[in-house]
Design a protein around this ligand. Structure first.
Ligand code: HEC
Ligand code: HEC
Length: 110
């Protein structure tokens, strides 16, 4: 997990760098892609996420949406992963359950 955290943090640093350069750091549009997703079904990835899974992989997603010892989610303003996405069904493990590694099989790009 430690390695994944580092990779996630790196990916995040690179990503926020690009967003800052584009002049939109922290002002991503609100996700309305999931307006028609029924309750309990996986929400779609918002438009801002296009290509993210391919470039960052699950550790990249975790770097914003996942839990650390200090905060859950790590990125203030993102959406915390449901507890069932973690090993033992608990964010306390700070580790993704392997059944949830392939984010984009459930969370389709909106
Ligand atoms: C740079 C930080 C960051 C990264 C990396 C990131 N996200 Fe997000 N994500 C956000 C933020 C912030 C929101 C909420 C704002 C928005 O809708 O854009 C969000 C929203 C979402 C939502 C919608 C949640 C809801 O309840 O509507 C999904 C699903 C999601 N992300 C999945 C992913 C997946 C899968 C990955 C990896 C491919 C990923 N995210 C990577 C920051 C991030
Ligand atoms: C096996 C299918 C599946 C996989 C794989 C999966 N998810 Fe989910 N995810 C779901 C479902 C279903 C929900 C909706 C849960 C609910 O509404 O009770 C969800 C909800 C979410 C939410 C929104 C939580 C909220 O409170 O609105 C985020 C963010 C998220 N997932 C991110 C991810 C990321 C990042 C990954 C990859 C690391 C991932 N998911 C992998 C099925 C999946």
């Amino acid at each position: 997990m430690r390695k994944q955290l580092v990779a996630g943090a790196l990916a995040l640093a690179m990503l926020t760098g690009t967003m800052a350069a584009a002049g939109c750091a922290g002002t991503e549009p609100k996700n309305d892609a999931s307006a028609n997703v029924p309750a309990g079904a996986p929400p779609l990835m918002p438009a801002s996420h296009d290509g993210r899974f391919e470039s960052l992989g699950a550790p990249g997603c975790y770097g914003c949406h996942g839990a650390s010892e200090r905060s859950n989610p790590m990125l203030n303003g993102s959406v915390a992963l449901p507890e069932d996405h973690y090993v033992d069904g608990s964010s306390q493990t700070l580790e993704l359950d392997p059944t949830h590694d392939q984010c984009n099989t459930c969370h389709v790009q909106g």
